[in-house]
Design a protein around this ligand. Structure first.
Ligand code: MYR
Length: 131
């Protein structure tokens, strides 16, 4: 189950990923230490998400397979949805400013939640531990 509190522990290639996303260096440096915390609560197809970081706190809800909008911390708007493929969450989101696609997955691997990100040929991962 994805339910619970997840604190980011470490990231792989996240700096490169943010660069590909067009995030400037100052923001990338800050984002590398954003202390991201995600609280997930799934009931059937519905997820309630609470996100907290050094940048902001945000509450949102989505339903699997249903398109919603999501603003990145820098204001970039995404539109897309999450689905389930087996036990893995797979999200496909489109940037509203340039139409490019960002895909992301969440999976439980051992004791960790691993989120992968892919955009414009660059991939990254962030690893979360239960809080
Ligand atoms: C959620 O389930 O947490 C809300 C929806 C997430 C949408 C996709 C998130 C992509 C985040 C990419 C961060 C990139 C920063 C440059």
């Amino acid at each position: 189950t994805y339910n619970g509190t997840w604190n980011v522990d470490r990231s792989e290639n996240y700096e490169k990923f943010m660069e590909q996303m067009g995030i400037n260096m100052v923001k990338r440096k800050l984002a590398a230490h954003d202390n991201l915390k995600i609280i997930l609560e799934q009931t059937g197809d519905k997820f309630v998400v609470k996100e907290a970081s050094t940048f902001r706190t945000l509450d949102l809800e989505f339903t699997l397979g249903v398109t919603f909008e999501y603003a990145l911390a820098d204001g970039t708007m995404l539109s897309g949805s999450w689905g389930m493929e087996g036990d893995m969450m797979k999200g496909t989101f489109t940037r509203k400013d340039n139409g490019k696609v960002l895909t992301t997955t969440r999976a439980i691997v051992g004791e960790e939640l691993v989120q992968s990100y892919s955009y414009d040929g660059v991939e990254a991962q962030r690893f979360f531990k239960r809080g």
